[in-house]
Structures are given as structure tokens and as C-alpha cells.
Design a protein around this ligand. Structure first.
Ligand code: HPA
Ligand code: ZN
Length: 333
């Protein structure tokens, strides 16, 4: 009981959360109604009942379908603010939040629709909830390098500091379909992002092999690896991650629900926690995977037998791994 209380109360940074994955069925249906769109599911219960996944792709198909209800600036504000409220209730005091601009652009929306809604929510989260927040724009791995580059061009106006002096977008990442899409395809756009002063991260080693993690490190020069759990299969990679203190943003309930280590997840998570790497705990897509930060810590604690000191270490790791401390922030071209 005291461990549970400690998990609830310890301040945390959340570094791997997709704002679109925080679209709870209640809000999804409300936004469909507000926008005069057919509801993606007949009821909240039907939505939750549909959330059973065989693998990453079967999740992504529903996740992108859900995004179709997002149409207005206020929709994006409500989406992000809903996440910030849930996160603050879990004592998340800092969040670096992914979003997928290509998804919204493909749905016919402009940057001037989604970005002001997201940015305003981040400002309100700081003012009303004491939660500092910034965004990392992800490029979809199954899309082309040219599309990623065009997306970065579209983001340029949003790299300037906002009213509070902070830039809304602090970095770039890679997400979506991993298998068959190794990271090296995005070498040039990541180089350009680096020249702009943006931080770089990438999903790698979620379903894909350790080679994809090596590529993210050596070709994209990422500062942390999202998921990265398949690094366990390469001892040299584990040594490198350890020596360089390159963090992994691990998402336990996501790994469970997407069956990335079917049957052996508990043993793999135990190995990761014991590895000495800078492991962080994150919710990924909380509305789809059954829980926010505290639920992910609780699950990890239960299956790997964590004690208070280890939970404190994981929470401390989340701040060490964050871009909260001492980054000059983006510039221009
Ligand atoms: N992996 C890849 N793409 C994603 C994820 C994920 O866990 N969540 C949202 N997009
Ligand atoms: Zn993710």
C-alpha cells in the first residue's frame, strides 16, 4: 500500500506520450457529435471493447481512424488539456508530448488549426496545473523522407518562442509503422532539425531489431530512444546505451497491449530495470492501452517487484532524460 502511495505522489516527467493516444472514447464521441461526423463507435463501451490489438499495426489502424474526429483548434485544445489534467493528477510535473502533424495534414487540416490549440493547452497546463509541457513532432516512418521534410518546413513558424517565451515545439521524433522502415531514411531531415536547434528522438526497437536502434543512434544521432526494448537482444548495444547514458522511454502497458514480447514481457521488463540503463516509465497511448503514468508504474512495479528506491530511481531518471534542463531551444534557418 505504501509503495502505491509513493508511486502516486512522486513527481514525474513523462517523455513518451502521443497526444492523439490520449483521445478517450468519451471525448472521441463528443467531438464527432460536435463536428457533425459519424461516430467511429456506437458507444464508449463499444470503443473500449474494440481496443484489443495483435501488434503495433492493428493498434495504429484504430488510432489513425480515431484522429478523424479532430477538426478544430478547440478539439486539439480539449484533447491536450484532457491529457494534461490526467497527467497532473498522476503527479506528472513535466511532459514532452508527441504529436503527428502528417496525420492532421492528411485529414485536410492546416498547422494554423492544430498548433494553436496544442500550444494554448500547454500554456494553460503551466498556468493552471503547474505542469510544464512542450511538443515533439513525429514523422511517420512509413511515409517518405520528402513528406517529413515538407512537414518540418510547415513547422518553422511554430519554432519561434510563444507568449511565455518558450517554443511550442522542441524536437522531432519518428513513430508509426516500424518493421520495414529503418530509421536511416530520415537522415537528412534529422540533420536539418539539428541545424534548427531541435532535439532528436526516435521510436526504435519497439517491434524492430537492435539494428534499428543502432541506426537511430549512429545515423539520426538521437538523444534518447523511444521504447528500445529490443536492445536487450544485443549486448554491445546495451553496453553502449549504458556507457553513454542514453535513456530508453519504456511504455510497459503499451508493450503488454501490443504484444511486443508475447509471453516474456515480465522477464524482459525485469532485465531492463536491472540493467543500469537510464530507464523511464511512460504511458504512450493511455486511452488505448488502459492507463496513464501511475498505472504504468504500478504495472511495472507489480511484474518486476520494484521497491520504493527503484521507483524513486525511475522517477529521477525521467528528469535526467528530459530536455527540461538547459537546452537553448530552436533557432531559425
Ligand atoms: N509506436 C509507434 N507509433 C505510435 C505509437 C507507438 O507506440 N503510438 C502512437 N504512434
Ligand atoms: Zn509511442
Amino acid at each position: 500500500a505504501s509503495l502505491k502511495r509513493f508511486i502516486e505522489l512522486v513527481p514525474k516527467a513523462e517523455l513518451h506520450v502521443h497526444v492523439e493516444g490520449a483521445l478517450e472514447p468519451e471525448l472521441m464521441l463528443a467531438l464527432a457529435a460536435r463536428n457533425g461526423l459519424p461516430p467511429p463507435y456506437p458507444s464508449v463501451e463499444a470503443a473500449r471493447a474494440a481496443y484489443h490489438f495483435a501488434d503495433l499495426q492493428s493498434f495504429l489502424d484504430l488510432y489513425y481512424a480515431g484522429c478523424a474526429v479532430l477538426r478544430t483548434q478547440n478539439d486539439f485544445y480539449d484533447l491536450a488539456m484532457g491529457y494534461f489534467r490526467r497527467a497532473a493528477a498522476d503527479r506528472v510535473v513535466h511532459a514532452e508530448v508527441f504529436f503527428d502533424p502528417q496525420t492532421h495534414l492528411a485529414n485536410g487540416l492546416d498547422w494554423s488549426v492544430f498548433m494553436p490549440g496544442l500550444a494554448r493547452a500547454a500554456e494553460d497546463a503551466a498556468a493552471q496545473l503547474g505542469l510544464s509541457a512542450a511538443y515533439i513532432m513525429c514523422f511517420r516512418k512509413e511515409m517518405s523522407a520528402a513528406s517529413a521534410n515538407d512537414t518540418l518546413t510547415g513547422a518553422l513558424p511554430w519554432l519561434l518562442p510563444g507568449p511565455t517565451g518558450h517554443s511550442a515545439i522542441i524536437g522531432v521524433g519518428l513513430d508509426s509503422t516500424e518493421l520495414g522502415n529503418p530509421p536511416a531514411k530520415f537522415a537528412e531531415v534529422f540533420e536539418r532539425a539539428a541545424r534548427l536547434g531541435l532535439q532528436r528522438v526516435a521510436h526504435a526497437g519497439e517491434e524492430g531489431p537492435p539494428e534499428y536502434v543502432w541506426e537511430a543512434l549512429n545515423v539520426l544521432h538521437v538523444r534518447r530512444v523511444d521504447h528500445g526494448v529490443h536492445s536487450l537482444e544485443d549486448a554491445a548495444l546495451m553496453s553502449f546505451l549504458n556507457a553513454s547514458r542514453t535513456p530508453l522511454t519504456v511504455c510497459p502497458l503499451s508493450n503488454l497491449k501490443l504484444k511486443v514480447y508475447d509471453g516474456q514481457l515480465e522477464a524482459r521488463l525485469s532485465q531492463l530495470v536491472a540493467s543500469g540503463l537510464v530507464i523511464t516509465v511512460n504511458s504512450d497511448d493511455a486511452a488505448y492501452f488502459g492507463g496513464y503514468a501511475v498505472a504504468n508504474y504500478n504495472y511495472l512495479a507489480r511484474v518486476t517487484g520494484l521497491g520504493v528506491e527503484q521507483v524513486a530511481r525511475l522517477a529521477a531518471n525521467s528528469f535526467e532524460a528530459s530536455f527540461f534542463l538547459g537546452s537553448p531551444g530552436p533557432g531559425g534557418e
